[in-house]
Design a protein around this ligand. Structure first.
Ligand code: SME
Length: 148
C-alpha cells in the first residue's frame, strides 16, 4: 500500500468522529495531491432527490445543494458510476465552481449497494487524472462507507 493510503487509513482508525474523519481526509488529499485543488463530500438525500455538501477542503462553493441529474455530481447520483472529466469545457451538463477549474473526478460511495454520496475533486489542471486517482478514491470511498 502506498504511503498516502497508509495515512488515510490511519485517519479512520485513530478517530471516531465521522465529521472530523471526513474533514481530515479532505484536507490530507488536497494537501498531498498537487492537482487536487478542491476536495469535498456530497451525501444523498433520497426523499428530496438531491445531494448536500458535507465536509470539503478548498474554496467555499455556493453549490451546497445539487439536484439529482444536475452537473457532474448530480449525474453520478443517478448513474452510480465513476465520472472522470479530464476537460470540463467538453461537458454540457456541468456546474462551474470557478473559471480556474479545468477537470473534475467524482466517485460514488456505496452502502449495502445503495449510492449514499460521493467524493468530488476539482483540479486546475487539464487531464490530470489517471487510473491511480480512481483507485485511490475508490479506496477512500470504501473506508467512508464503513462510517455509515
Ligand atoms: N462541478 C460540480 C459542482 C460541484 S463543485 O465542483 C464543488 C458539478 O458539475 O456537479
Amino acid at each position: 500500500m502506498d504511503k498516502l493510503k497508509v495515512r488515510i487509513k490511519h485517519i479512520f482508525t485513530s478517530d471516531n468522529n465521522k465529521n472530523s474523519i471526513l474533514q481530515q481526509v479532505c484536507d490530507l488529499l488536497r494537501k498531498e495531491v498537487a492537482c487536487y485543488n478542491w476536495v469535498g463530500f456530497y451525501f444523498v438525500n433520497k426523499n428530496k432527490k438531491e445531494l448536500k455538501l458535507a465536509q470539503f477542503s478548498g474554496k467555499p462553493t455556493e453549490h451546497i445543494i445539487i439536484p439529482f441529474g444536475k452537473g457532474i455530481c448530480g449525474q453520478v447520483a443517478i448513474s452510480n458510476e465513476n465520472f472522470v472529466v479530464q476537460d470540463v469545457s467538453e461537458q454540457d451538463n456541468y456546474i462551474s465552481c470557478g473559471i480556474e477549474v479545468k477537470s473534475e473526478i467524482v466517485i460514488p460511495i456505496f452502502k449495502n449497494g445503495q449510492n449514499i454520496g460521493q467524493i468530488d475533486i476539482d483540479s486546475h489542471k487539464m487531464k490530470p487524472f489517471t487510473k491511480k486517482d480512481t483507485e485511490l478514491l475508490e479506496f477512500v470511498c470504501d473506508l467512508v462507507s464503513n462510517l455509515f
